[in-house]
Design a protein around this ligand. Structure first.
Ligand SMILES: [Zn+2]
Length: 583
């Protein structure tokens, strides 16, 4: 499984010295996305009244529905077509579609949601990793941890708690909508805290599932208490009602690709590796382990959709004369993908469940809104890498890199060169954080320390290269897409001293520590490419090729008549829109 050393060295030197550029051929520059002449040719003729329709005549949507599938590769729908029914993803696929490309390295949940909502890369929006080392508090914290806020109903006090969107720098499209019109409501729902918080933004609201208590909650950031309708929904104890149920397949087993008992599949909270999966969490009555198991099953997904529909009705979204936003980040696909792998029967089943959930959402929306009153976006926060052990069995070079191995080689190299000490204070993928005091004591340029640390990691099978903090701050990077992707994911106040990147199909971090399951987080196409599907009166149906994910926020802003969020680097994808006359 180890990379051939000379091959690895030559790849590294290629990347560092001569500008190997893995993605430029497929990632189009944003400027090329504006195709004005085509729009003019395709424009609808003036109305029979002789009055040309104006862009000012266009009525905005009553409701914007944002659906984010957590961990959903661009090829998922084509690959698992058998799982797709008629009213959900298929309906979306008949809209205006594209492949969305994340142009930053850190393809994790927080950074993906932050980029979707803000159109800004992590270097500007500040959300670059799921966890980071806080040099002030001297500990690793969740990127969405905020010491001034706490989750309603949870015991709190843990640096892993996701308690507010405060670390998001700047605004989201939905914040901008609220800034324009405070009557507009933004309601975001997810099982995961970060999925909801980043879509809810600074000015909206966000609800997520508590694995401590089995209900939907929010944080004190958004207000001192839960709304009454949320309390009423929670009092129905729908999660508890699923105790003891089994997760059975949605469709006959013959419809699923591959095998159910993959040798490198994991399992969680007594659910087992194969269907049917019992949902008790190994408990005799509902409790935290059971609630965690639920999030890894269709029950969690269904609860999420049910809660989103309750928000739609209780908040009267889209029915108050101002545009509102309902954002749903479907977390279950990611949770199942991590444990069982992105090609497992379990993941395939969750794709089918997601599709049925979207169909249910549409059927309720259809009862309340006329055609043309909705603007719907479906996309994903990142893709996924296949289970490396499965690839290794196919004779591909693939594997996991243990944190202890990274720490050992760095510690050894820095001690030999600069003297003893606990040099590594934290490893939060993809960053190594070094002890600042020891670096100062070494009385050398910090870049030298960073380089010695980075070079030491290249001895590990699967580690392909690194970029140092000094390089990033000075802009001393090769002119490659890969280097650009890394720098776009680097926010100096929260960044490490060395940023690592692996060869394709290798990874490290939380899921690198295990021997089962898989993850995401690289600048490789399996992680960066996701579907973008939009429906609405201004959207032009058809396949529009590859767009940059930062263009999504710009396009939404354009459709809502808003100035994009301040850090947005995208452009409206005009080729995805119907032509309009501007007098
Ligand atoms: Zn995610």
């Amino acid at each position: 499984m180890a990379l051939h050393r000379p091959f690895l060295r030559s790849l590294v030197s290629l990347w560092l010295l001569s500008g190997l550029d893995p993605s430029v051929a497929l990632a189009q520059p944003a400027d090329e996305l504006v195709i004005t002449p085509v729009r003019k040719q395709a424009a609808t003729p003036p109305a029979a009244t002789g009055k040309k329709p104006s862009v000012l005549d266009a009525h905005g949507p009553k409701l914007v529905v944002v659906l984010v599938a957590d961990q959903f590769r661009a090829d998922t729908i084509a690959r698992y077509r058998a799982m797709i029914g008629a009213g959900g993803l298929q309906r979306l696929s008949k809209g205006s579609t594209a492949i969305g490309h994340y142009g930053q390295q850190n393809t994790y949940t927080g950074p993906g949601h932050a980029l979707i909502a803000s159109g800004a890369y992590g270097y500007l929006n500040g959300i670059t990793q799921n966890k980071w080392y806080n040099r002030v508090t001297r500990r690793s914290e969740a990127m969405m941890f905020d010491s001034t806020a706490r989750v309603h109903g949870d015991k709190g006090g843990d640096a892993d708690d996701e308690t507010s969107p405060r670390n998001l720098v700047g605004t989201t499209v939905f914040d901008e909508l609220r800034l324009r019109n405070r009557e507009s409501k933004v309601v975001a729902v997810a099982l995961k805290g970060r999925g909801a918080l980043l879509l809810g933004g600074q000015l909206g609201s966000a609800y997520f599932f508590s694995e401590q208590s089995g209900v939907f909650t929010t944080t004190s950031y958004y207000g001192p208490d839960l709304p009454d309708w949320v309390k009423r929904w929670n009092s129905r104890k729908l999660a508890d009602a699923a105790f003891g149920q089994k997760w059975e397949r949605l469709l006959p087993a013959t419809q699923y690709q591959g095998r159910d008992d993959g040798p490198s599949e994991g399992e969680v909270k007594g659910m087992g590796k194969t269907f049917p999966h019992p949902l008790t969490g190994g408990l005799h009555a509902p409790g935290p382990s059971f609630y965690e198991a639920l999030t890894h099953s269709p029950v969690g997904l269904d609860l999420e959709i049910d809660f989103a529909l309750a928000a739609l009705m209780e908040e009267k979204l889209g029915q108050r004369g101002v545009p509102d936003v309902l954002a749903v980040s479907v977390s279950g696909t990611d949770l199942v993908g991590h444990v069982y792998g992105p090609t497992s029967h379990e993941y395939q089943d969750m794709v089918g469940r997601l599709d049925r959930g979207v169909a249910k959402l549409f059927s309720e929306l259809d009862k309340r809104f006329a055609p043309g009153e909705l603007l719907v976006l479906f996309t994903a926060d990142h893709g996924a890498v296949p289970i490396p052990e499965d690839l290794a069995r196919e004779q591909l070079q693939a594997g996991r890199i243990k944190k202890a191995a990274i720490k050992d080689v760095v510690q050894k190299a820095l001690t030999e060169r600069f003297g003893p000490g606990e040099w590594v204070v934290a490893l939060e993928d993809p960053s190594i954080y070094l002890d600042e005091a020891l670096v100062t004591q070494a009385k050398v340029d910090p870049q030298l320390v960073e380089e010695v640390a980075g070079k030491a990691t290249l001895a590990l099978p699967g580690m392909l290269g690194f970029v140092t903090r000094s390089q990033l701050l000075r802009g001393a990077l090769p002119q490659t897409e890969a280097a650009r992707a890394i720098s776009r994911s680097y926010f100096p106040p929260r960044g490490g001293d060395v940023v690592l990147f692996t060869a394709p199909y290798y990874f490290w971090g939380k899921y690198g520590e295990k021997a089962v399951g898989s993850t995401h987080g690289s600048f490789y196409r399996y992680d960066t490419d996701v579907p973008v599907m939009m429906l609405g009166p201004q959207l032009l149906p058809g396949d529009h090729g590859v767009i940059e994910m930062v263009d999504v926020a710009a396009t939404l802003s354009h459709l809502l008549g808003l100035t994009p969020p301040p850090g947005c680097e995208g452009r409206p994808v005009l080729r995805m829109l119907r032509p309009v006359y501007v007098p």
